[in-house]
Design a binder for this molecule. Structure first.
Ligand code: F6P
Length: 528
């Protein structure tokens, strides 16, 4: 396929590369592959046991073998009749119970039945969490802007950099603010430090007794949340079989539910469920997440593309690339197979991106004419979230321009413009090479009708399952993240060193010791 171009492939009928699933369409016809390659990739999926892996995941088997856990996020959006089990135990009732409690709580906050300690209505919700306990909720809050209750504003604090919480606290008033401490483990340093900061702020303004009315928690470690002082009825649990980056559809989505309401949140779950069912029940060759995953494997391991751009033509999906960075890179940034042997092929690509059309005026130049070939996902909605077409209005006209740009970029990236075509435009000879567009950059076009909770749920589930398919083919575990642990441990040692002004910690390498000494010297100098 190295000598094959997407331009020439597009001359043949590529209908077989378009798949409709859960109300969305996935168009892989601009991928650099033909039907024999696709058949080989599907055969590869069969040989590497993708079907069995899917079945094992849905059956609640401990597919996360290095942590001895199941990965049953699909149960979070199941209906009670779906029956998901872990170790023979049906988890559906437990899931439904938490969703029900979340709904009750959300209704009370949204209706004003739950008030702050001084009797004020809650107008601001601050979600304190990081990684999977932040990126999903923050992304969904922005994505579902049009569905939010105007009386509730959500804020997201994740960074241990004090600037993060200071800035948010400067925008809210204690009497009207509810904090959600979201942490699967309830031990993550950044989250616990910010949670303490928030609690001190509430206690300073409203007294010790106010903590109950102003804090809720989302965690698998309910006892730790209780120890923190959060009232039992405001603690929403989930389970070790939900990975942090797969947790938006668990209680981690509480801020989303508070913002858009329980019914809309159920639609998000329903969208994800529709994609789950498609993924579970559809033959590999007709399965959207499977083909997404196989295209990713093809581009990464065979065509050697090391990065993959996520280009939502939607300002509301601005945080989607950051969300997908954790989902894809924390999952598939692995170089050892499940059996412990090193891989002999490239695995997880680097994901990055920005919404279109903004990206077109910054990094697209490199996508079009740079020396690196980058594959992309272009994501768009056929209709704007709010429409004024009836009145022949501005919103629809602007949306027309937006989608036109999305399709134009998909075309230019994949088809390009040849030397002959450039010359035919009458451009001067010396400019011709500068205007040639190599094309041949693989693009998947993912289209939804409209950005709604339902379509967002389906989109996110498609990416989750694509990541799983890639991992299954590569034979790696997408559900652990040992690589991020060491940094946490080293940082905690350095915090102690800073407090004790110890610059000769034998646990540290010489360069870090020198940097630490330099940092302490700077701190000793008077502020300029
Ligand atoms: O960064 C590592 C990580 O463990 C992520 O996988 C996780 O989403 C994040 O930290 C936050 O963890 P927790 O929800 O336990 O605070």
């Amino acid at each position: 396929m190295r000598d094959e171009s997407i331009r020439s492939l597009l001359r043949s009928d590529r209908e077989f590369l378009r798949i409709d699933a859960a109300g969305m369409s996935f168009d892989f016809s601009r991928q650099r592959l033909d039907s024999p390659v696709l058949e080989s990739l599907v055969a590869l999926a069969e040989q590497t046991g993708v079907r069995q892996s899917i079945d094992a995941m849905f059956a609640g088997t401990r597919v996360n073998s290095t942590e001895g856990r199941a990965a049953l996020h699909v149960a979070l959006r199941g209906r009670p009749s779906d029956s998901f089990t872990v170790d023979g135990e049906d988890v559906s009732d437990a899931v439904e119970n938490v969703v029900g409690r979340m709904e009750e709580f959300a209704d009370r906050v949204r209706s004003g039945a739950h008030r702050g300690a001084t009797g004020e209505r809650i107008t601001d919700v601050v979600n304190i969490g990081i990684g999977g306990s932040d990126l999903g909720p923050a992304m969904a809050y922005q994505a579902l802007r049009a569905y939010r209750d105007p009386n509730i504003t959500c804020h997201f604090v994740s960074n241990v950099d004090p600037a993060d919480i200071i800035e948010v606290l400067s925008r809210v008033t204690p009497e009207k603010t509810l904090f959600i401490i979201a942490s699967k483990t309830f031990t993550t340093a950044e989250t616990m430090i910010n949670a303490e900061h928030a609690r001190t702020w509430i206690v300073d303004h409203l007294g010790d007794g106010a903590v109950g009315a102003h804090f809720a928690a989302v965690s698998t470690a309910e006892q730790f949340a209780d120890d923190f002082g959060i009232e039992r009825q405001n603690i929403f649990g989930f389970w070790d079989w939900v990975g942090g980056r797969y947790s938006l559809t668990s209680a981690v989505g509480l801020s989303t539910m508070l913002a858009i309401g329980p019914l809309r949140f159920r639609e998000l779950l329903d969208g994800a469920r529709a994609m789950d069912i498609h993924f579970r029940d559809t033959a590999l060759a007709d399965n959207a997440p499977v083909l997404m995953g196989l295209c990713a494997v093809w581009n990464r391991s065979f065509l050697q593309m090391s990065t993959s751009a996520v280009l939502p033509y939607s300002r509301d999906l601005a945080r989607l690339p950051a969300y997908l960075q954790q989902l894809t890179m924390e999952s598939n940034g692995k170089s050892v197979r499940i059996d412990g042997s090193p891989v002999t092929y490239d695995t997880g690509a680097i994901y990055w991106g920005e919404p279109g059309t903004n990206g077109q005026h910054s990094f697209f130049q490199l996508l079009h004419q740079g020396t690196d070939e980058v594959c992309s996902d272009i994501i768009l909605a056929a209709r704007p979230t709010s429409s004024d077409r009836q009145s022949g209005g501005q919103i629809d006209d602007q949306h027309d321009v937006l989608v036109a740009h999305a399709l134009a970029q998909a075309s230019v990236l994949s088809v390009g413009l040849t030397r002959e075509e450039v010359a035919a435009t009458g451009v001067s000879e010396d400019l011709v090479p500068h205007k040639v567009m190599p094309g041949n950059r693989p693009v998947s076009v993912i289209m939804m009708d409209q950005l709604t909770p339902l379509s967002l749920g389906a989109l996110l589930a498609a990416y989750e399952h694509s990541v799983f398919v890639q991992a299954s083919v590569w034979q790696i575990n997408p559900f652990d993240q040992w690589g991020v642990e060491l940094g946490k441990k080293v940082a905690s040692g350095i915090v102690d060193d800073i407090h004790q002004r110890q610059v000769d910690d034998p646990e540290l390498d010489p360069a870090t010791r020198a940097s630490l000494a330099a940092l302490l010297v700077r701190r000793d100098q008077p502020r300029s």
